[in-house]
Design a binder for this molecule. Structure first.
Ligand code: NAD
Ligand code: 572
Ligand code: ZN
Length: 314
């Protein structure tokens, strides 16, 4: 293994031992944003060779069910996803993965960038779901790593203006440096925040990508989106929440779920390889595998954005 990024869900499993119904019942290796170097090949593998640097797409589906067959394999009921219990993740020196879910990195793409293909793929899939494109005014709720990769992706797809919200000023400043046109520090109720969005854009958002999972922010997402527009639910909180669903219905605001990604690694890699997005600035902290506890304490503290662990023995 080379580089593994720490994701919020890794921290959640480490701290709470569960996310919703996914309960850690036996010791589980965490980490699912990963890259590595091929050291051994399984029988019949011809797509890779020893020494190839690869990004690892962490979810391997059954390849047999109707979802897999239509290409929506993220919906496969038999998905084996790294670091989702009971499946081990990637934070190790050595790890075995299906060859067709490993993506060879060009020489000029680093293994850190390879690891970041994972969260970037979440954004690629989200943008595909709403067909984000030229001239769109996009609202992103939440400026964590996932909100930020969505910011980079909507810009790369031609969005003309992007506004990002958060409750944390430091995160908003980070987003501004990364290219957000407008930032809003959320202090008010959802309807008022939606009005602030309308003020900065001069209209409601064409598309809103909710990446905070805060129930009040999901309400804002609906109120702030124009009639006929689309709200993408990327942020996920367990349990049920109250939403202004009739407001959405009478204005034909589509509310779409986003669950991981399917067939997005090649696009995410092509975007990085062609310099259409630069994910490197997201990395704020680097640790060695031996420092994993320190790395997780740092990530948990919320100080940085993306904490990266290097698994090489140096
Ligand atoms: P994060 O916790 O680092 O970021 C969330 C951000 O939202 C934080 O900066 C926080 O300050 C901000 N926030 C909190 N309340 C807010 C509010 N009321 N309004 C605006 N912003 C607010 O998490 P992350 O790693 O960026 O992930 C974001 C979400 O995406 C999580 O819920 C995660 O589980 C989810 N996620 C979903 C998928 C998927 O497949 N749908 C994949 C990856 C992550
Ligand atoms: O990209 C992988 C990923 N997925 C996340 C969160 C962080 N990283 N999701 C939110 C939680 N769900 S889940 O279905 N689950 C715990 C398996 O609630 C998966 C998607
Ligand atoms: Zn993740």
């Amino acid at each position: 293994m080379r580089d593994v990024g720490i994701c919020g869900s890794d921290i959640h499993y480490w701290v709470n031992g569960a996310i919703g119904d996914f309960i850690v019942k036996a010791p589980m290796v965490i980490g699912h944003e990963a890259s590595g170097v091929v050291t051994k090949l399984g029988e019949g593998v011809s797509s890779l060779k020893i020494g190839d640097r690869v990004a690892i797409e962490p979810g391997v589906p059954c390849r047999m069910c109707k979802f897999c067959k239509i290409g929506r394999y993220n919906l496969c009921h038999d998905m084996k996803f790294c670091a989702t219990p009971p499946i081990h993740g990637n934070l190790a020196r050595l790890y075995t993965h299906a060859a067709d879910f490993c993506f060879k990195l060009p020489d000029h793409v680093s293994t850190e960038e390879g690891a970041l293909l994972e969260p970037l793929s979440v954004a690629v899939h989200a943008c595909n779901r709403a067909d984000v494109g030229l001239g769109h005014k996009v609202l992103i709720c939440g400026a964590g790593p996932i909100g930020l990769v969505n910011l980079l992706t909507v810009k790369a797809r031609g969005a003309s203006e992007v506004c990002i919200t958060d409750i944390d000023q430091t995160r908003l400043e980070f987003a501004k440096k990364l290219g957000a046109d407008f930032t809003i520090k959320v202090t008010k109720d959802p309807k008022e925040t939606a009005l602030q969005v309308e003020e900065v854009f001069g209209q409601p958002a064409d598309i809103t990508i909710e990446c905070s999972a805060a129930p009040s922010s999901i309400k804002t997402a609906i109120f702030a989106t124009c009639s006929g527009g689309c709200v993408l639910l990327v942020g996920m909180c367990p349990g049920e929440i109250q939403l202004p669903i009739v407001n959405a219905a009478v204005r034909e605001v589509d509310i779409k779920g986003v669950f991981r990604y399917a067939n997005c690694y090649p696009t995410a890699l092509a975007m990085i390889a062609a310099d259409k997005v630069d994910v490197k600035p997201l990395i704020t902290h680097r640790f060695k595998l031996e420092q994993t506890l320190e790395a997780f304490e740092t990530a948990k503290s919320g100080k940085g954005v993306k904490v990266m662990i290097n698994c090489e023995r140096k």
